[in-house]
Write a protein that binds this ligand. Structure first.
Ligand SMILES: Nc1ncnc2c1ncn2[C@@H]1O[C@H](COP(=O)(O)OP(=O)(O)OP(=O)(O)O)[C@@H](O)[C@H]1O
Ligand SMILES: [Mg+2]
Length: 245
């Protein structure tokens, strides 16, 4: 594999098809490109293939047809995908698929150690990322005892510690309370990465991505039905004058 990389587009999928064994195709002749600096939101119904698409990009599922190029390289073998996984950070839909080490610090340091950093460097990066996410006090917490929302944030830390150039975030809001949601939007908007974000929450996607795509009949297309609008909302003490953050 040539070591030179082209920067544009970062991810290019051409004519991708994928079927789970014995099932009809989930992705059908799908083509998609993510360019440097782009932030794409992906909003599509349950079961439409969003998670499948991310797993195909990361090589966790092997396509039956089509071509994958990442940073201009043709990606075919498992060795190619090992390289991809150093460049692209995938936040799994289910945090339990992401976390496996006994403590939070071990989990966050695993990626950098695996990429060849020294223990000292890995711990330095991990502490920096945990601090950036406001999770410094979590270092020694037992990973499997964290709450769902805490696991989601720690999962994000395990990805950011690998200093990826691209983020694929599969429902990052899952389990997050409103304050943490606002924090996550701040974090995403303050880091300089290209990303694709899956969410069913259109307001969240409008806050942290530039373009919204949808999946339809196994293909991907720009969602032209999305438009910004105001709406009535309800919550406790709504009759008292207040401001939304
Ligand atoms: N391991 C599997 N074996 C067989 N079918 C699967 C498997 N995983 C997913 N599917 C099917 O593939 C389709 C797409 O699933 P996928 O998880 O990609 O959807 P999604 O768009 O991410 O949905 P959600 O919004 O619920 O997360 C669904 O019909 C699902 O039932
Ligand atoms: Mg999914």
């Amino acid at each position: 594999m040539d070591d030179s990389v082209s920067t544009d587009p970062i991810i290019q999928l051409s004519g991708i098809s994928y079927s789970y064994p014995g099932e009809s195709p989930v992705l059908k002749d799908l083509s998609f490109a993510l360019h440097k600096g782009e932030r794409i939101g992906l909003l599509a119904p349950n079961g439409s293939g969003k998670t499948t698409l991310f797993h195909v990009i990361m090589g966790l599922l092997a396509v039956s047809e089509g071509n994958i190029q990442i940073f201009g390289r043709n990606i075919e073998s498992e060795k190619d995908f090992v390289w991809v996984r150093r460049k692209i950070g995938l936040l799994f839909q289910d945090a339990d698929d992401q976390l496996f080490s006994p403590t939070v610090l071990d989990d966050v340091a695993f990626g950098p150690l695996n990429m060849g950093k020294s223990k000292k460097e890995a711990l330095f990066i991990s502490r920096k990322v945990l601090s950036f996410l406001g999770l410094s006090s979590f270092e020694e917490r037992i990973t499997f005892k964290l709450s769902g929302g805490e696991k989601k944030l720690v999962s994000l830390a395990t990805i950011l510690s690998m200093e990826p150039e691209v983020l694929l975030l599969d429902e990052p809001l899952n389990g997050l309370d409103n304050k943490t949601r606002i924090k996550l939007i701040g974090v995403l908007n303050s880091i300089d990465v290209s990303c694709v974000v899956i969410s069913h929450d259109i307001d969240f996607l409008l806050d942290c991505t530039d373009t919204i795509y949808t999946l339809r009949d196994g293909g991907i297309e720009k969602d032209t039905t999305v438009y910004v609008h105001s709406h009535d909302h309800a919550h406790m003490l709504g009759h008292v004058p207040h401001q939304h953050e």
